[in-house]
Design a protein around this ligand. Structure first.
Ligand code: LLP
Length: 435
């Protein structure tokens, strides 16, 4: 459930009518975040897994605005990061760095050094060579660092888009399941680099808890086998990839999703003192924002109705890249098209099928194809829902469009949390100098 709802014929973000912002002069497109949705989603997910007393490490790659990270850090969230840039932003968010996990297959020496000096909780090791590099750098610095070994479990959810699967054999992520045990045995006694546990992330979004059960079973089998060799691992990071709601605004039962996972892990937590880490991104952030955009033109092409918006793949690349579905609806529809609840497909008379496209010079620049929508007019504001994850963070300046503003709403108050870029910003780094 998110806090974007139609009231009095218009879409509200919490207690603020969405159209009041562009009417006050805020240029479209912009991302509009509901901070109380963010807070609720964090609390729901934490609450559902509370029996495990987990550390939630919010996946910063899904949504990286420091003000939103601040909100999560204030509720006790840790952070899952994948670059020195993310570490830099996380440091400004007041997050507890001991609750930071650092993943990624290609960490540079500078990034590893920064992570060690910053005393992040764990570096997730994704290859044998990376482990050797971390050992070397920690040795130079004479600083201890805790690491988790990322296991590549050979598990695939076929419902996950091919481009966002990470757990299949041959993927670039983690270390082959069969090679992990020997690697840990060989490196168990390093003076500076302490192997504390395992990490596994099988892709996103994952459609059923059963895939987590499979990967957890594989991880606990490894820890049991190592325990017989007196190597004790007590940290299990089960990754992210929990689902978000892209089609309606119904309540998702986090309890039903979490229970079977808890059933598997609880004995290890209770009897063996295991520490559990979760890395949710989209399940916390996706339903937190909408993209507000304006209809620039309507035209007919062959038998197609085309609605051209001022936002497209430069603001939201997910439809172009993954053929992803995002619910779209006008901010202030005609009274007969106001929605009590979002629910796709919408059962209403008088809808027209539109290809909803952006202004970018690419055929892949679309937000929806053949989408039934109320008749759209030039100047209408349109909301693209569930865009708080992998929306703004994947935006670009392609075609030299400026990146949009991010606005955060708390009840009836709106705050700019990232300014819209200016055209000056587009040339700011185009500085010619001789090398
Ligand atoms: N942990 C690791 C190691 C990850 O690689 C990811 C996502 C997550 C956690 C968080 O996954 P989430 O809970 O947000 O699903 N751009 C794509 C998604 C790429 C995901 C990359 N890794 C999209 O728009 O769907």
């Amino acid at each position: 459930m998110d806090l974007f709802q139609y009231k009095n014929g218009v879409l509200y973000c919490e207690e603020l009518p969405v159209d009041s912002l562009p009417e006050k002069g805020l240029p479209t497109p912009f991302y509009l975040y509901s901070v109380n949705t963010l807070r609720q989603h964090y609390k729901k997910i934490y609450g559902a897994f509370a029996k495990l007393d987990p550390t939630i490490c919010f996946s910063v790659k899904s949504c990286n605005n420091v003000h939103l990270l601040n909100e999560l850090a204030a509720m006790g969230s840790g952070m899952d990061i994948v670059s020195g840039g993310e570490l830099f932003v996380v440091k400004q968010s007041n997050a507890d760095l001991s609750k930071v996990v650092f993943a990624g297959v290609g960490k540079s020496d500078e990034e590893i050094t920064d992570a060690i000096i910053s005393e992040v909780g764990y570096i997730n090791i994704e290859s044998e060579q990376e482990l050797a590099r971390v050992q070397e750098l920690a040795g130079h610095l004479k600083r201890e660092v805790s690491v988790l070994i990322r296991v590549l479990p050979d598990i695939t959810d076929q419902k996950t888009n091919e481009k966002t699967r990470t757990g299949y054999k041959g993927a670039k992520f983690g270390i082959d399941y069969a090679a992990v045990e020997a690697l840990i045995e060989e490196n168990a006694d390093h003076p500076f680099v302490k192997i504390r546990g395992l990490h596994c992330h099988i892709g996103s979004p994952i459609s059923s808890y059963t895939f987590y059960q499979e990967s957890i079973q594989k991880m606990v089998a490894l820890t049991a086998s190592l325990k017989r060799k007196n190597i004790i691992l007590k940290v299990l990071n089960i990754g992210g990839g929990f689902p978000a709601n892209y089609v309606d605004n119904d309540n998702f039962s986090w309890e039903s999703f979490a229970e079977p996972i808890i059933a598997l892990l609880e004995p290890y937590v209770r009897n063996e003192g295991f520490k559990i880490i979760l890395e949710p991104g989209r399940s916390i952030s996706a339903n937190t924002a909408i993209l507000v955009t304006k209809v620039l033109y309507i035209k007919q092409s062959g038998d197609k109705h085309i609605a051209i918006l001022d936002a497209g793949m430069t603001e939201l690349i997910r439809p172009a890249m993954y053929n992803a579905f995002h619910f779209i609806w006008p901010v202030k529809p005609e009274p007969q098209h106001v929605l009590a609840n979002r629910n796709y497909p919408v059962e209403q008379e008088g809808l027209t099928n539109y290809d909803v496209v952006g202004p970018i010079c690419e055929s892949s620049d679309y937000l929806a194809k053949e989408r039934p929508l109320p008749p759209l007019q030039q100047g209408d504001y349109v909301a693209v829902f569930t865009t708080g994850a992998y929306g703004m963070v994947m935006s670009s300046n392609y075609n030299l469009h400026v990146r949009p503003a991010e606005i955060m709403v708390d009840k009836d108050k709106a705050f700019v949390i990232r300014e819209r870029e200016t055209q000056q910003d587009l040339v700011r780094k185009m500085i010619r100098h001789e090398l």
